[in-house]
Design a protein around this ligand. Structure first.
Ligand code: C2O
Ligand code: CU
Ligand code: CU
Length: 486
């Protein structure tokens, strides 16, 4: 794995992208590369092609950053300023959102709220200095269903100043696609029926942009594995047969190292997990990695394939697993201001229907509808739809800047929601009344049907920030709002 953060790497990466699959884009490359300065990244969303059905299959036309699926890996150092030039080569407006990064509001990439959209052919320069090390990602925040669903996503890795003691640092960008029988991206984005249920869950999952092949490992090695779920809607629950991964960070933020409950790693859309895995399997053997989130739909994501080589070491590495802390302000819980957010809408569950329930919240939505498309979901009775373009809805709440805030999120729906807040990482305090162990921070917290989760954070970053479900169909159909910090 490259552990480089210098400019030559990003330049080279960019140039390599130019020799990629799409001839048309390759011809556009030289112009863009010449403009690159030291420590710059240049990222151009536009058309591309990818082998989503395997190298022998037909290639699929996708939307991609620098023609690659996933987009170029942006790797920078904690506390090091970065400048990223985005040139829009799509035929529609776009923006780039740096998911999970605590950055100035104007750099957050929400069209209509934090910046004007980047028009086709135009550029926008993002500049920020990431305060936290960890695993993050970037994606568009315009026409999100299609732009994300057609492939626009990339990893954003912020490196610790002192590298952590592992043998390899490995990244798996996991993406879900709905392909038709010819291998094309199936139409029908934004189907309201789907939006009222689990969202557009696809039928093929890629790992780093291709059909997952065996992942070669060596007995005895210690691997840091960064998982990013960039799916529109697919929730994953991964199990590593014969292995005991240790979670060392959630959404980029270090936690107390711990083994997941029941050996299952839950990963909703936009969520990340950093794992440390000691490869204690047998040389020459294969061990399956299984995703069994959806009942009756378990599948083998990939395999850890051990080389026949002798083990790298006999006993697992005896180095600490804990990652260095990030400079997060710690909320003052006893003095925190309290707020509540109630998530409603969607299709009722069978049980709710038997009990005579209807689509709760629907009747109260008319007052606060804005944006495009149907309002199927709501937060505190208000539905903001689309991507946040229409800031006609006043902020749901205004948080006093500098104070600690404690938010209770109540999921009254029958569906799962990875709830995401821009601009902050929050402590996940309680789930259904029970304290959440292992000192977990997150920017996206997964609520099971009927879950209640308490989060807390210091509102130290002024601006208007999105809060929304990261199941994109839910987001664009109303499960979204704006929080003002002032
Ligand atoms: Cu990944 Cu509005 O965010
Ligand atoms: Cu975000
Ligand atoms: Cu949702």
């Amino acid at each position: 794995m490259s552990v480089n953060s210098n400019c030559s790497v990003s330049r080279r990466e960019l140039l390599r992208a130019g020799t990629g699959l799409a001839v048309a884009s390759a011809m556009l490359w030289p112009r863009l590369s010449l403009a690159a300065a030291a420590s710059d990244y240049e990222i151009a969303p536009g058309p591309g092609r990818a082998f989503l059905k395997g190298e022998q299959g037909q290639s699929t036309s996708v939307w991609a950053y620098n023609t690659r699926i996933p987009g170029p890996e942006v790797r920078i150092r904690q506390g090091q300023p970065v400048r990223i030039v985005v040139e829009n080569r799509l035929e529609e407006d776009t923006t780039v959102h740096w998911h999970g990064i605590r950055l100035p509001n104007a750099m957050d990439g929400v069209p209509g709220l934090t910046q004007p959209p980047i028009k086709p052919g135009e550029r926008f320069v993002y500049k920020f200095t990431p305060p936290d090390a960890g695993t993050f990602w970037y994606h568009p925040h315009a026409n999100s269903l299609q732009q994300l669903g057609r492939g626009l996503a990339g990893a954003l890795i912020i490196e610790e100043p002192e590298p952590v003691h592992v043998d390899r640092d490995v990244l798996w960008v996991l993406a879900d696609w709905r392909l038709d029988s010819d291998g094309k991206i199936a139409p029908g984005f934004g189907n309201p029926m789907e939006a009222a249920m689990s969202g557009r869950v696809g039928n093929s999952v890629t790992l780093n942009g291709s059909v997952p092949e065996d992942q070669s490992v060596r007995a005895g090695e210690r691997v840091r594995l960064r998982l990013i779920n960039v799916s529109l809607a697919r929730i994953m629950a991964l199990r590593f047969e014969g292995h005991t991964p240790v979670i060392v960070a959630v959404d980029g933020q270090p936690c107390d190292p711990h083994e997941p409950k029941g050996g299952r790693l839950l990963l909703g859309p936009a969520m990340r997990l950093d794992l440390v895995i000691d490869m204690q399997g047998e040389s020459g053997k294969r061990y399956a990695v299984i995703d069994d989130f959806y009942d009756g739909l378990a599948y083998e994501l990939t395999n850890l394939a051990y080389a026949s080589q002798s083990p790298l070491r006999k006993n697992p590495l005896n180095a600490p697993l804990r990652l260095p802390r990030n400079p997060l302000p710690v909320p003052d819980l006893p003095n925190a201001e309290r707020h509540e957010m109630v998530l409603q809408g969607g299709m009722p569950s069978m049980r709710d229907m038997m009990g005579g329930g209807k689509m709760q919240g629907m009747s109260r939505m008319s007052g606060g509808m804005a944006g495009h498309g149907p309002a199927i979901w709501s937060i505190n009775g208000t539905s903001m739809t689309g991507d946040g373009h229409d800031a006609e809805i006043p902020p749901l709440i205004t948080l006093k800047q500098g104070r600690s805030h404690f938010i209770t999120m109540r999921n009254e729906t029958a569906w799962w929601h990875p709830m995401h807040l821009h601009g902050f990482s929050f402590r996940v305090i309680n789930r259904n009344g029970a304290p959440v162990p292992h000192n977990q921070w997150a920017d996206t917290v997964l609520l099971a049907p009927k879950d209640t989760v308490d989060i807390a954070f210091v509102a130290d970053n002024p601006g208007d920030w999105m809060l929304h479900c990261h199941v994109t169909d839910h987001q664009t159909a109303g499960l979204m709002t704006v929080i003002r910090v002032a």
